[in-house]
Each structure stands twice: as structure tokens, then as C-alpha cells.
Design a protein around this ligand. Structure first.
Ligand code: ADP
Length: 290
């Protein structure tokens, strides 16, 4: 038996303790999501690699249609946290997770969940752009084709994804050229197009701009602000200026004495950077360690 992870459209699930949705204003389009709606409710998440605990008791709400940044020193479990959200940790044989990662009210860690469906709903963009050695078109068409999209509809899906990732104008005349022939920044936007072509709900980005030059970085950051109107974005970044620029909310992880990563605090980004509640956060964001 597989657990159905599809959201209940008629009655959106709200995590326990989540803020009640704000009324949808007159300008809102039908079906628009409330920006404070909890999309991911992470509860008491522990992740182990063999006997080593990499994450300890992480409890965190990720809001819909917002960018949430995960910051913290190297080894504090940022990538592990991100990868737990779409079960990428399953690819590490020694990895084991306990607790809950509730996506619209269904636990993606449930063993009976369809992992392929989780990864369609929760896409991922990696640190190094990793286009397939295929044409630009085929990179973006890859996922939709797996779901049976063909012909004119496929052309439309590819165009829409390339437009949404701010790449269409660069590549519209060379869709059959290799994705690998693009610049690093364009390759990363191609990977974002590939991720969003299957219409995920959440996009995870693991230091998506760390291999890019400043101009390409800026484009990716602008793109995140555009994309959050449709998607929920979680980004891991080492770059605190980047977190301050792009993230609506920021979660600060630190490493305990046992080297397990734990959540020190999470809040609205401006509060985390200017008025943190915890001394450790203040020390970290002001560059005193990490
Ligand atoms: P960060 O992204 O904050 O640098 P990671 O999530 O990559 O942290 O790593 C957290 C901890 O888990 C580190 O101690 C790291 O060595 C360990 N770790 C990460 N991946 C693996 C793995 N595949 N096998 C064993 N240990 C791992």
C-alpha cells in the first residue's frame, strides 16, 4: 500500500500550531495560497548516519510561498536537513531518520510513502549545475516525459519552465543545443527549469549559487523571489548576505558538543540578523564563528 501524498485541495491541511490563514484579499487570484500557510511541518527530526547522529530534534515550520534559508557552520547538518525533506537521504545506505516531515499534513518519512511522488512534489537543485548531457529542450522535457506529456503540450511545458527560470530569451533559438554548452549561471537556471517543469510544490536549493560568479548569483537570487509566488523554497547557504537578501525566514543550525546539528532559532530574516534572540545566533551572523 502506498500513502497518498496529494494535498487535499478542498481542505488544506494545517500543521498543529500553525498560524491560521489570513483572509484572502480581493486582489488575490482564486486558489492563491496564504503566505503564512505551513507547507512543511518538521517535527522532532533526528537523522543518523550509522551510529552518528547528524541532526537532533529539529522542529521547524516552513511557510508556503516564501523563501526559507538554512544557515549554520559547516557540518551542522544543513544539507542533511534539506535532503530529509525529499528523502534524498535514502540514497545513503547508513542514513536513518526518525520524527516527522509533514508535507501538507502527510509524513514524507512514512515508509509506505511513494518516494517518486515525494520527489516530484519536492524538487531539488544542487550546488554544482548538473544538466544531463542532452539538449536544452530534453533537459527540461525529461521529467514531464516521464509523466507522459507529449507533443505540443510538452513544448508548452518546456517553454513555461524556461520562462519561469528566466532562461527563455537566452535559449529560445537553440533549444536543440547541448545543455552543457551553456554558461555556469545558465546551466543552473536550466537545472531550475528542469526541477520546476514537473510542477513541484517545494523547491530545495543546496547552495545553488556558490559555484557562480556575482552576476549569475544575482540572477539566481532574483529568480528565487519570482519563484516563491508559485513555490515554497528552502535554500541552504553559506553566504549570510545572500540569506539576508533572499530569505523571508531564516533558520540557524549549530553543532552540539556531540557534533549533532540542532536548531538554535528560526524567525523572520530581519529579526534573525538584527535582533536575534539567542547569543549564538548573534555571534554567528556577526561572523564571530563558523
Ligand atoms: P552541512 O551541510 O551543515 O555542512 P551536512 O549535512 O553535510 O552538514 O553534514 C552533517 C554531518 O553529517 C557531518 O558531520 C557530516 O560529516 C555527516 N555526514 C554527512 N553526509 C554523510 C554521509 N553520507 N555519511 C556519513 N556522514 C555524513
Amino acid at each position: 500500500m502506498t500513502v497518498d501524498l496529494r494535498p487535499e485541495r478542498a481542505e488544506p491541511a494545517h500543521a498543529e500550531g500553525a498560524a491560521a490563514p489570513r483572509p484572502v484579499g480581493p486582489s488575490a487570484t482564486p486558489g492563491a495560497t496564504d503566505e503564512r500557510r505551513v507547507k512543511l511541518a518538521i517535527r522532532d527530526l533526528n537523522v543518523y548516519y550509522g551510529a552518528f547522529r547528524a541532526l537532533r530534534d529539529i522542529t521547524l515550520d516552513v511557510h508556503a510561498n516564501a523563501v526559507t534559508a538554512i544557515i549554520g557552520p559547516s557540518g551542522s547538518g544543513k544539507s542533511t536537513l534539506l535532503r530529509s525533506i525529499n528523502r534524498m537521504t535514502d540514497l545513503v545506505p547508513s542514513a536513518r531518520a526518525t520524527g516527522e516531515v509533514m508535507l501538507d499534513g502527510a509524513n514524507v518519512l512514512d515508509e509506505q510513502v511513494d518516494v517518486v511522488e515525494v520527489r516530484r512534489r519536492v524538487g531539488m537543485v544542487f550546488q554544482r549545475p548538473n544538466p544531463f548531457p542532452k539538449s536544452i529542450f530534453d533537459n527540461v522535457a525529461y521529467g514531464p516525459r516521464l509523466y507522459g506529456v507529449r507533443g505540443k503540450t510538452l513544448d508548452e511545458v518546456v517553454e513555461r519552465a524556461l520562462r519561469a527560470s528566466a532562461l527563455w530569451n537566452d535559449v529560445r533559438d537553440k533549444l536543440r543545443a547541448s545543455g552543457l554548452a551553456l554558461s555556469g549561471g545558465q546551466q543552473q537556471r536550466l537545472c531550475i527549469a528542469r526541477a520546476i517543469a514537473v510542477e513541484p510544490e517545494v523547491v530545495l536549493m543546496d547552495e545553488p549559487a556558490s559555484a557562480l560568479d556575482p552576476r549569475a548569483t544575482l540572477l539566481i537570487e532574483e529568480l528565487m523571489s519570482d519563484l516563491k509566488t508559485e513555490y515554497t523554497i528552502v535554500i541552504v547557504t553559506h553566504n549570510m548576505q545572500q540569506a539576508a537578501r533572499v530569505a523571508d525566514e531564516t533558520a540557524f543550525l549549530n553543532m552540539g558538543d556531540d557534533r549533532a546539528g540542532y536548531l538554535v532559532e528560526v524567525g523572520v530574516t530581519s529579526q534573525i540578523f538584527t535582533n536575534p534572540r539567542n547569543r549564538l545566533t548573534e555571534d554567528y551572523v556577526s561572523g564571530r564563528f563558523g
